[in-house]
Design a protein around this ligand. Structure first.
Ligand SMILES: Cc1cc2nc3c(=O)[nH]c(=O)nc-3n(C[C@H](O)[C@H](O)[C@H](O)COP(=O)(O)O)c2cc1C
Length: 208
């Protein structure tokens, strides 16, 4: 695929077919991630590829399987999600957090080395390792798209990070920024409408 075709085709999909993905494809996707820019030149990143459904189910045990309409309404209100396009996306996404991971052909866990306390940064530079892994993750998303697969991501909440660490046994100094579900989209997969914008309104020449 051409570069701009990949950029335009990349979308979050949370409905996956019952399918498999070859390790060769996953390796190419991760190799693309490893080409991303990195703050300290080290690319101190590792990836745990979880294809075994039993392990996936164990891994995501802390994620609610179902979310009631009442709970969904409460979340939308308490997170101040006032925009209708945004509300539609969250209404689709929140109830699928468990199922998208269990249905995916594989769950990829990226890991980065964090030397200082990520949650108490003294300045922006203290977040450089975190920023770098997200450059790596975007390369992964584009490679998944170029390989004609789809993905969804989830950022771990509350105690999920420590729980996943205990299951996957990754070293103490490594942090998992998200879970990545990879698979073939269902024929009727939902592609939530992106918020409309006019690019030229976002570009400021010389001054805001
Ligand atoms: C930093 C970050 C955190 C996100 N967290 C989640 C998440 O926890 N669960 C989820 O389903 N999607 C998550 N997403 C995906 C967004 O919902 C999605 O990218 C956004 O709605 C735009 O849709 P698009 O990717 O199809 O353009 C996250 C995306 C980013 C960049």
């Amino acid at each position: 695929m051409e570069f701009y075709d990949v950029i335009n085709a990349r979308r979050t999909v949370r409905d996956f077919q019952d399918d498999t993905i070859d390790m060769e494809v996953i390796n190419r996707i991760i190799e693309s991630g490893m080409k991303a820019p990195t703050n300290d030149h080290m690319r101190d990143w590792h990836f745990i590829v979880v294809k075994d459904k039993d392990v996936v189910e164990k891994l995501i045990k802390k994620i609610p399987k179902k979310v009631s309409e009442k709970r969904l309404d409460f979340i939308i209100k308490s997170w101040n999600l006032n925009d209708e396009c945004q509300q539609r996306m969250y209404s689709d996404a929140i109830p699928k957090q468990y199922q998208m991971l269990v249905d995916a052909s594989c769950v990829l866990i990226p890991l980065f080395k964090q030397k200082r306390d990520l949650l108490k940064p003294k300045d922006l530079a203290a977040l450089n390792a975190f920023a770098s892994i997200w450059c790596c993750i975007e390369n992964i998303f584009l490679a998944i798209t170029a390989e004609k697969y789809a993905y969804a991501l989830r950022v771990p909440l509350g105690g999920e990070q420590e729980y996943v660490k205990s299951i996957l046994k990754f070293p103490e100094e490594y942090v998992m920024p998200c879970y990545i579900a990879i698979g073939k989209p269902k024929d009727d997969a939902v592609y939530n409408e992106q918020k409309k914008y006019v690019v030229l309104n976002r570009i400021h020449l010389n001054e805001w």
